[in-house]
Design a protein around this ligand. Structure first.
Ligand code: GLC
Length: 739
């Protein structure tokens, strides 16, 4: 009986969804007919609440009047049941009582703060990442929020750019998988539940390729690179059902993305058939004037709407000039109606016309924001996000016999820095510091603490006390790195070294001769060659969130065997930037670092990174063997299987992320030396062995050619599996046949 019911539901679901969409379309059409031109424009005007995440605009009292008059369609930075009810009530005083959408930057958690997205990406654990977004959605939706401005899916290969912290790193394949997982986590399978919020794929597009890594700077690249590297994660988000997109501040090949019909109409709403809404970034419509693309705010309003930017976030371009643009014919009424329709459809899908307050429920908010399961999940994600970069002489896990542990450094007892940027409703007191986490877990060991300097370590007047603490200990845990506000929006750095006097602090502690375990906090790859050379162990913890201190302790004491892998390349020096593993051969590749004469190399540095994309150690070891292909040739339309054995050859249970890379040896567009095309996470007990397989088909071998057509070209390929992009354990040749 159960099975029949499921079968019936599955069969009927599409037609039910179609019927529901048709019903919503009918209601939207009826409403559009009643709306005046000014009311339509109002739906495209988005304002910030009392807090600002961009340059400040008008007085809040004026905004309330506009809301009451039906001149505002959505708000951002309004949060909590009480405040959303207060503001929604004003909107319901307008003539047509059209409810507001409430949006917010729920980037890595609402009340429970998760690791920053780059840290989450380092887990390569798509289920964990989806769970993190799920918890964030449950907490936000219970607090009156309908819409988060996440996931940020910008690929970035230049860690000078502070917003690398907010994304999934440098790789298109990994970034696409993570985009999909986060959209599903925020939205569930269908919007409308009061535990699901609209996701936003942002910033459309190529914002992460800002020249010189300087935020908001111009972007210039070929259409082929745009389609090959930067667009796929957006398409993955769209295919996962992302309800909204946000355009970006940058110009792309001379055109501001906000005013780009190529991006927003040709690609997004045309080729990709996106039916959701596009919101501008903060005042990005108005900013087309300083870009030198719009003559004035009126011109900006016309250009943006015609190019497909549906909502104007805090730009005041639409509210002041769009009605006139329609009256004058500069903007066609049908384009205005299309933009308004996209907004109204979402409000119907969320059930806001039936009950504008359905997301603002005090009891549900109280329960969601105090659910202990959420912190357990955050701790699990944080553990999985941490990357063991180095572990000499088994410095980790901390020996059970370590009786005296000195926890030193400016970030040892910091709570604020563990949260990272874009913290929404997290309580500072809830954050577990690294010192607290170690103290809770250290058992009978004595744990001492010496900060040595304040976060950032601009000056260091506590060095002597720190050295004394180190001398008196069996092992030192040195907690250093960036402060929370050194990465994120408008936080580009020309020098991504460890800030202030922290290298000096490391050298002084190392000089005591004690084993030094470095726990590094950052929102981006940092450059720290002396520490990398001399530390006994390095655990890269990113900004691990509310449960960060517990998660660090879980890894340091071996309660969790680290499984993180780098989603970004760590350079040796600034001069190598931009740098990623997906390098091209060039006509003069370096085959031997000792012979670089007339080769594509530097005379003052090797080409290799300090730590490669995909790198991450474990407390155990993994042996790969027996790699084989079901066939060394493949016809178009066929697929073959790559299989290999992986064994846990160490003493601790652990999780390995096996990575599949390919290289197309000869092609109409040169291909990178390696392209990630698959990965699997395998948990193995000591001594356990398992056979893993990947299916290789045409899609695995495909790329965008110069005509922007996606496809695979016959010829020879190299398939590789490994533990990191620079730790390939097996290579197998494959020939794709013509037919
Ligand atoms: C900011 C960011 C964007 C964010 C928006 C609203 O400037 O660029 O990512 O969602 O404004 O806060």
């Amino acid at each position: 009986m159960m099975k029949l019911r499921h079968l019936l539901a599955a069969a009927l679901l599409p037609s039910f969804a179609f019927a529901q969409d048709a019903q919503i379309d009918r209601k939207v059409n009826e409403l559009l007919k009643k709306m005046t031109l000014e009311e339509k424009v109002g739906q495209l005007h988005q304002l910030s609440g009392r807090q600002f995440t961009g340059p400040e605009s008008s007085k809040f009292a004026d905004k309330l009047a506009d809301i009451r008059a039906g001149k505002v369609g959505s708000m951002l930075n309004v949060k909590g049941v009480a405040e959303t009810r207060e503001i929604q009530a004003l909107a319901l005083q307008s003539r047509l009582r059209i409810p507001l959408l409430f949006s917010l930057d729920v980037i890595h958690g609402y009340k429970t703060t998760f690791p920053v997205p780059l840290g989450e990406a380092a887990s390569w654990d798509l289920e964990a990442i989806e769970q993190g977004a799920r918890v964030a959605a449950i907490e936000a939706a219970a607090s009156g929020i309908h819409w988060t401005f996440a996931p940020m899916v910008d690929i970035s290969r230049d860690p000078r750019w502070g917003r690398v912290m907010e994304g999934a790193g440098e790789d298109t394949y990994l970034g696409s998988q993570i985009a999909r997982a986060r959209v599903k986590g925020f939205q569930t399978s269908k919007l409308g539940g009061t535990d699901a919020i609209m996701a936003t794929a942002k910033h459309f597009a190529a914002y992460g390729a800002a020249i010189a890594g300087r935020d908001y700077n111009a972007v210039d690249m070929s259409e082929q690179q745009l389609h090959e590297v930067y667009l796929p994660p957006f398409k993955a988000a769209l295919d996962a059902g992302a309800a909204t997109f946000m355009n970006s501040f940058n110009t792309l090949n001379g055109i501001p993305a906000t005013g780009s019909a190529h991006l927003q109409r040709d690609i997004l709403k045309g080729e990709w058939k996106f039916k959701g809404l596009v919101v501008s970034d903060w005042a990005s419509i108005k900013e087309m004037v300083p870009h030198g693309y719009a003559a004035d705010l009126a011109d900006a309003a016309t250009r943006a709407l015609n190019a497909g930017s549906d909502i104007d976030m805090e730009g005041y371009a639409y509210t002041k000039h769009l009605a006139d643009a329609v009256k004058s014919g500069k903007v066609q009424a049908k384009l205005l109606d299309d933009a308004v329709r996209r907004v109204l459809v979402k409000k119907f899908e969320l059930g806001l016309f039936d009950d504008p307050y359905r997301f603002s429920d005090a009891a549900r908010e109280q329960a969601a924001l105090n659910d202990p399961k959420h912190r357990e999940i955050a701790r699990d994600v944080a553990r999985k996000s941490m990357v063991l970069l180095k572990n000499d002489n088994n410095a980790l896990p901390l020996a059970a016999g370590a009786k005296r542990i000195a926890v030193i450094g400016p970030l040892a007892d910091s709570k604020r820095d563990l949260e990272g940027g874009w913290v929404v409703q997290g309580e500072r007191a809830d954050v577990v510091s690294i010192l607290e986490g170690i103290r809770r877990r250290a058992g009978s060991a004595t744990v001492t603490h010496a900060a040595a300097c304040a976060p950032g370590c601009a000056t260091m007047d506590g060095l002597d006390a720190a050295v004394a603490a180190a001398k008196d200990a069996d092992v030192v845990v040195l907690a250093i790195g960036e402060t929370w506000d050194m990465s994120g929006e408008a936080k580009s750095r020309t020098d991504i070294g460890v800030p202030g006097q922290q290298n000096k602090l490391f050298e002084a502690i190392k000089a005591t001769g004690k084993p030094v375990v470095v726990v590094m906090l950052a929102g981006r790859p940092l450059i720290f060659n002396t520490i990398a050379d001399q530390a006994d162990a390095i655990l890269y913890a990113w900004f691990p969130g509310t449960e960060g201190g517990n998660a660090v302790a879980d890894v340091l004491f071996g309660d969790y065997n680290p499984s993180g892998k780098l989603p970004v390349t760590f350079p040796r020096n600034m001069g190598q930037l931009p740098l990623s593993y997906a390098q091209y051969s060039t006509g003069r590749p370096v085959l031997d670092e000792k012979n670089i004469v007339y080769k594509s190399a530097y005379i003052d540095s090797v080409n290799t990174p300090r730590y490669a994309f995909g790198h991450g150690l474990s407390y155990t070891s993994f042996r790969y063997s027996g790699a084989s292909l079901s066939s060394n040739t493949m016809r178009p339309g066929q697929s073959i299987t790559l299989s290999f054995d992986i064994a846990n050859s160490g003493k601790a249970a652990g999780t390995e992320t096996v990575q599949l890379y390919i290289r197309d040896l000869v092609s109409s567009v040169v291909r990178p030396l390696k392209e990630l095309k698959g990965f699997q996470q395998v948990r193995l007990q000591p001594g356990e062995q398992r056979r893993i397989s990947f299916t290789i088909d045409r899609n695995t071998l495909s790329f965008f050619n110069t005509q922007l057509k996606w496809g695979a070209e016959p010829g020879d390929f190299k398939l590789m599996v490994g533990s990191a992009s620079d730790d390939i354990r097996a290579e197998l040749p494959l020939r794709l046949l013509e037919k």
